[in-house]
Design a protein around this ligand. Structure first.
Ligand SMILES: [Zn+2]
Length: 59
């Protein structure tokens, strides 16, 4: 993860974390997927949010 630079503070130190609430295709869905946040370790600026498992959204 060395190709990124924080737009807020210029730091190149990023880390990833997940949310405890999975995202789901609909309220009735049993399957959910984690959100992966990539954010600056210095100031907390979020660089990207990624959905871990996109296959459950494909029809
Ligand atoms: Zn930063």
């Amino acid at each position: 993860m060395k190709d990124k630079k924080c737009t807020n503070c210029g730091s190149e130190e990023f880390t990833e974390a997940t949310d405890y609430m999975p995202v789901k295709p609909s309220k009735m869905s049993f399957s959910g997927s984690n959100k992966i946040y990539t954010f600056c370790l210095e100031c907390g600026e979020v660089h990207s949010v990624r959905i871990e498992n996109t296959t459950i959204f494909k029809k």
